[in-house]
Design a protein around this ligand. Structure first.
Ligand code: NAP
Length: 266
């Protein structure tokens, strides 16, 4: 039986870790040819090899999403290798926490460069190749619950994720006007267990004696805050991304897919 994204070519940024990793695995399981990019080369190469060993199709490429030249090179390589691009998951991101009074301008700008400029560059340089097939495509931009409501310790992060939310809707309208068949949506994860939290709340991997264990801290945090109870996992987000990538969501554009166990409705 054909997979849900059989034969589609997908680019996933930040694909070596956490949510991006799960997206790469899930899209490959459903038949996509996945190009995953990241700064973490060893992990990315190992993941691509693992996907291939499991019968999927994947390749890893080093890519810093803040570099316009690396976007141009990445899209050119996809065109040369595969001739088309059907799915773009703009997932790479970082989180820098703390009071806005203490935040260095350089940290604010670094977060904007990765979380917002990176999404802009991805959209700008991918749409021409998506359009060239004449078959449309799906762009999925990773926002956050922090793009829907404020957080006292995440002002800079909220600024970037709120930006991704409305940038997504504007590009959805632009593609709609062009009648190019490209759908553009944002995904808003809640508390998902990934390494991003280590920088935000100072946790670490299990067994790291210097820092409190990430899994338990997130358990405690989400037990109270999340109506469904408990944190989410990268696969919870990847399943939503897969739906947005597939033809099952063919009539969905400019939408916000919130996957947060109800966190944002409180
Ligand atoms: P993660 O495990 O830290 O994965 C993010 C990946 O992106 C890492 O491999 C990271 O590399 C990479 N990256 C960072 N800067 C990059 C750059 N300039 N160019 C290319 N890759 C870069 O975090 P995650 O939780 O999976 O986050 C994925 C996305 O989900 C992010 O956009 C995040 O804001 C969003 N999100 C996450 C949660 C959550 O609870 N986990 C909630 C809401 C939204 P390094 O490790 O070297 O930085």
């Amino acid at each position: 039986m054909a997979g849900r994204v059989q034969g589609k070519v997908a680019l996933v940024t930040g694909g070596s870790s956490g949510i991006g990793r799960a997206c790469a695995e899930r899209l490959a399981q459903e038949g996509a040819i996945v190009v995953l990019t990241d700064l973490q080369d060893e992990k990315g190469q190992a993941l691509a090899a693992e996907i291939e060993a499991n019968g999927g199709k994947a390749q890893y490429r080093h890519q810093d999403v803040t570099s316009e030249q690396e976007w141009i090179d990445t899209v050119a390589a996809i065109k040369a290798d595969h001739g088309r691009l059907d799915i773009l998951v703009n997932n790479a991101g970082i989180g820098i926490s703390g009071s806005v009074l203490d935040m260095a301008l350089s940290d604010f700008q670094r977060q904007v460069a990765i979380n917002l400029d990176g999404v802009f560059l991805g959209v700008k340089h991918s749409i021409p190749l998506m359009r060239a097939s004449g078959e449309g495509g799906s762009i999925i931009n990773m926002s956050s619950v922090a793009g829907l409501k404020g957080s006292a310790i995440l002002a800079g992060y909220c600024a970037t994720k709120g930006g991704v939310r409305l940038f997504t809707k504007a590009v959805a309208m632009e593609c709609g006007n062009a009648k190019d068949g490209i759908r553009v949506n944002s995904v808003h994860p809640g508390i998902i267990e990934t390494p991003i939290w280590d920088d935000i709340i100072g946790t670490g991997e299990a067994g790291d004696n210097a820092r409190p264990p990430r899994a338990q801290v997130l358990d405690a945090m989400s037990a109270e805050a999340v109506p469904l109870g408990g944190k989410g996992y990268p696969l919870d987000i990847a399943n939503g991304v897969l739906w947005l990538a597939s033809e099952e969501s063919r009539y969905v554009t400019g939408a916000e897919l919130v996957i947060d166990g109800g966190l944002s409705v409180k």
